[in-house]
Design a protein around this ligand. Structure first.
Ligand SMILES: [Zn+2]
Length: 431
């Protein structure tokens, strides 16, 4: 049920554009303490300092931090089952943990329950929109869209394409996969806030013919998304070199098939070269940096600054279950640490922008989400600053907004979330 005509009070933080790298006081940070967000139906109607009139039901979160709903640009719906799986790097991790877990989604009921669990988990972690991998199964992908649609949330997903180098139970073929994609696109692309992403898992698990089929789908409908992985680990890059000897680079496997466009989002991109970055920039494609995943699997340190300076769009993502938390604050804290190891400093503003307005722009959805702005969908999160006396003490000593917000997300997590609002509806808290 949508709560009609209500107003939320709190300290509003969002962005009017991309903050410059390394700047702690950029003009694009919009800080509106003690303001009201007026919500009518599914949308934000106004944002104002004055209290609203009596026709607006008031919801008080005075003193709490109010952000746009967070946007996860790379996450795997079936992988809650393999969070924190011990002892492997990417390729072994897929074989030992991930493929067996995904195989269970062949069962319709397992897939339904898994989809519902995943969508609720996202919301409980402050994520109100996602670009997510399903499994290879058509039914499981239906189930994921259904679960998200029931919550009114923005979900971009697709059936995973993989027709080789995976267990036989998870293998599709070019023709069957194409038909399944077409049925899913017909049913879900543009239904409510659902959209379809053509989803080759990664180059090693698709033949050239399957990648070419994926590109055909994209050519036929440029409003479709493309999500995949690129250059995550060195062993993977080496394998791609062996499988596609004619390609200049891993990225070039996708580019030469026609899979690189404005709505393309590649997870990772740790092991790219300058020419790859130029290609990504020219296409307007996005890298979904997945910090806790890169650390957990030991894949490498993503050089955000290098990608940024090359003009490549970079968002931050959880990549659960390679990543260790669905909560994007935890992932941003890891992103800061990765940059620190590379001798760079990621500001709180670049970090938060990459999971709000920056992510919305990457998905061509900045008219809909990522900002606290009239006309946008009312996707809003409300956060406590802290629940802990040590953190409270630290925040009280902050010498400015950047210092305070930085310490907040470095030390915080989903337990600080007080409310998530999706398209005007307050998500009920469970448990
Ligand atoms: Zn992934």
């Amino acid at each position: 049920m949508a709560d009609d005509n209500w107003a939320l009070r709190g300290d509003l933080l969002d962005f009017t554009g991309e903050p410059a790298w390394g700047q702690t006081q950029p003009p694009e940070v919009r800080w509106r303490p003690d303001h009201w967000v007026l919500v009518r139906g599914r949308h934000i109607e106004a944002v104002q300092a004055e209290p609203p009139g009596p026709e607006w039901r008031r919801v008080e979160h005075g003193g709490r931090l109010v952000l746009p709903g967070l946007i996860d640009t790379h996450v795997h719906a079936p992988q809650l089952d393999v969070l924190a799986s011990y002892g492997t790097e990417l390729l072994d991790w897929l074989n030992d943990h991930t493929f067996p877990a995904e195989a269970r989604y062949a069962d319709e009921r397992t897939a339904q329950l898994g989809a519902q669990r995943f969508v609720k988990a996202l919301l409980r972690h402050g994520t109100t929109a996602a670009l997510a991998f399903s499994t290879v199964h058509e039914q499981a992908t239906h189930a994921l869209f259904e679960a998200a649609h029931a919550q009114g949330m923005r979900m971009i997903s697709g059936k995973v394409l993989m027709n080789r180098h995976v267990p036989a139970t998870l293998q599709d073929d070019v023709q069957g996969a194409e038909q399944a994609c077409r049925r899913l696109i017909e049913r879900w692309h543009g239904t409510g806030r659902c959209a379809y992403a053509v989803t080759p898992r990664f180059a090693p698990t698709s033949t050239q013919a399957q990648l070419t089929m994926a590109a055909k789908l994209l050519r036929e409908d440029p409003s479709l998304y493309l999500q995949s992985h690129v250059a995550e680990s060195q062993a993977e890059v080496q394998w791609v070199r062996e499988l596609f000897p004619q390609a200049r680079s891993y990225l070039d496997v996708y580019a030469s098939c026609g899979l690189l466009h404005r709505r393309t989002v590649f997870a990772h991109g740790i092991w790219l070269d300058d020419e790859d970055r130029v290609q990504l920039r020219d296409a307007g494609a996005t890298l979904a940096h997945s910090p806790t995943s890169n650390l957990f699997l030991g894949s490498g340190l993503f050089n955000w600054r290098q990608a940024h300076d090359a003009g490549v769009r970079v968002c931050s993502a959880s990549d659960v279950g390679g990543g260790t938390s669905l909560n994007l604050l935890r992932n941003l804290a890891a992103a800061y640490q990765i940059q620190a190891l590379l001798g760079e400093r990621l500001t709180a503003w670049s970090a938060l922008h990459s999971v709000t307005l920056g992510a919305a722009q990457a998905l061509c959805l900045d008219g809909e989400m990522g900002r606290l702005e009239p006309g946008c969908a009312a996707d809003i999160t409300v956060w406590d600053w802290s629940h802990d006396p040590v953190v409270q003490h630290r925040l009280s000593l902050a010498r400015g907004l950047h210092e305070r917000v930085f310490a907040w997300f470095m030390l915080g997590d989903e337990r600080l979330l007080r409310a998530a609002v999706v398209a005007g509806r307050v998500v009920p808290r469970e448990g």
